[in-house]
Design a protein around this ligand. Structure first.
Ligand code: SF4
Ligand code: SF4
Ligand code: SF4
Length: 296
């Protein structure tokens, strides 16, 4: 790692959870400070703006307003290396679910004005939510909602040779320890005829893959890398590490539905409330074709 680099942390539309994850490196922050100087971070220090010529800038949050877009462009100009942090910056994240609707539908719902053109909000919502790489060149990605704290360290320690960091390319199922024998067998039609909610907990099935239990798990279309931190504590994956990197896999929601169609009776899934909100919880923004489909 280069000595004495300047590091900052900035936010677009976000919940600040990713910045908290950075602080969760706890005492390891002392290792960071041996070689890096923290110069900006809304929750960390009282600096007023990102300085010019900063070496490494982490950016969390989605591009959801005109102001976000201006900020993203300014950050790009100021930073030698720009890293997208969290599902919001990497894939549009939870704010990206707004893309199921037109901007005016959202405004009408939240601000029931007679004349929608009268809306004078503090900032102008963009017509669609975008991820950071959709609007500016991004040098590396730290996925997750929120990311793993140690991943920040990895990025800082490998500055500026981020290509040395090998992110997993397989799906979460590859690193999940739950028993999935039936899923891997050649004949696997309708492993479960029932579709249950995650709170239908049965101790006998505790070590069984969620899909085999009839509980929807996004691990089949989600990039590995989190170590299965949810499935390890009996919570099905909801996909926050985004889709795997292979070409054609970027549609995470379609990936899940396609993968489970021979495992669960998919038709029944369609009767589940907010199925699309579930399978596109983090990555709707990167599916531009799907947006067109929904609005044609
Ligand atoms: S990725 Fe998750 S934790 Fe990070 S800003 Fe977005 S919603 Fe918050
Ligand atoms: S679908 Fe979920 S529970 Fe099943 S193997 Fe994959 S990650 Fe584990
Ligand atoms: S198990 Fe899924 S939802 Fe949980 S942290 Fe990992 S990728 Fe995110």
């Amino acid at each position: 790692m280069a000595k004495n680099i300047t590091v900052g942390y900035a936010a677009l539309t976000s919940c600040s959870g990713c910045e908290i994850a950075l602080l969760d490196i706890n005492e390891k922050i002392l290792d960071v400070l041996k070689n890096a100087e923290l110069v900006y971070g809304p929750l960390i220090m009282d600096a007023r703006e990102v300085p010019d010529n900063i070496d490494l800038l982490f950016v969390e949050g989605s591009v959801s307003t005109d102001h976000d877009l201006q900020q993203a462009q300014e950050y790009r100009k100021k930073a030698k290396y720009l890293v997208a942090v969290g599902a919001c910056a990497c894939f549009g994240g939870i704010p990206g679910m707004r893309n199921f609707f037109e901007r005016n539908e959202i405004l009408a719902d939240v601000y029931p004005l007679k004349d929608k053109s009268e809306f004078l909000g503090p900032t102008q919502l963009s017509s669609k939510v975008q991820s950071l790489p959709m609007v500016v060149k991004t040098d590396f990605f730290v996925p997750g909602c929120p990311p793993l704290p140690e991943n920040f360290l990895t990025v800082i320690q490998n500055y500026p040779n981020f290509d040395r960091i090998k992110l997993p390319t397989k799906t979460l199922c590859a690193e999940c320890d739950l028993n999935k024998d039936k899923l891997l067998s050649p004949i696997r039609e309708f492993t479960s005829l029932k579709i249950k909610n995650p709170y239908h907990f049965n101790e006998e099935e505790e070590n069984l893959c969620f899909l085999e239990r009839g509980i929807l798990c996004m691990g089949v279309a989600t990039r590995a890398g989190c170590g299965g931190r949810c499935v390890k504590v009996s919570v099905p994956c909801r996909g926050c590490f985004g889709p795997p990197p292979q070409e054609g896999s970027e549609d995470q929601g379609a990936g899940v539905i396609s993968a489970i169609s021979s495992i669960l009776p998919t038709g029944r899934l369609l009767t589940k409330e907010d199925m699309l909100g579930l399978v596109y919880r983090y990555s709707l923004s990167v599916i531009t074709d799907l947006q067109k489909y929904f609005h044609e």
